[in-house]
Write a protein that binds this ligand. Structure first.
Ligand SMILES: Cc1cc2nc3c(=O)[nH]c(=O)nc-3n(C[C@H](O)[C@H](O)[C@H](O)COP(=O)(O)O)c2cc1C
Length: 134
């Protein structure tokens, strides 16, 4: 059972955004930077879809994604993998819209991309790099 710890949340908070990797059904990879995101309760990560195109198409065809976050100051990082669901209304979508509008009121998010995290890997340089977090 994975758990997004307080230390991981701190890194997400200190990072400047998320690298979000998706793939087509055929395995063609795609990775994009996403600034508007946060850790939700229940070990989920919210990413706000404002400009996503290939990412959105890929998610609809293949909901498995990988997300990388890191803190350059302390050289700590984690990779989160999971399955996405998309919500275009409701409490989580509204929370995400509020987060976006607080910084950039002119943006109009299309959807909340919610990742149910099922595995977490260390990316921090050192002996644990690449290891799965049990
Ligand atoms: C610094 C930065 C932050 C970004 N943040 C977001 C974001 O929060 N949400 C979003 O939908 N797109 C964001 N984008 C745009 C995406 O990275 C990307 O351009 C968009 O998803 C279209 O690419 P795609 O067709 O591969 O999905 C951001 C881009 C940059 C450079």
């Amino acid at each position: 059972m994975v758990h997004i710890t307080d230390e991981m949340k701190e890194i997400v908070g200190r990072s400047k955004g998320f690298a979000v990797a998706t793939a087509t059904k055929e395995g063609e990879p795609n990775v994009v930077p996403v600034a508007f995101g946060k850790v939700l309760p229940e070990d989920e990560i919210l990413l706000m879809d404002i400009f996503m195109k290939k990412t959105e198409e890929n998610i609809k065809a293949n909901p498995r994604v990988a997300i990388s976050v890191w803190d350059l100051d302390t050289l700590r990082g984690y990779q989160f993998k999971g399955i996405v669901r998309i919500e275009t209304s409701g409490a989580i979508f509204d929370e995400g819209v509020k987060m976006v509008k607080a910084m950039m009121p002119e943006l109009n998010p299309k959807a909340a991309v919610i990742v149910k995290v099922d595995s977490i890997y260390v990316t921090s340089p050192g002996p644990d790099a690449g290891k799965i977090v049990e």
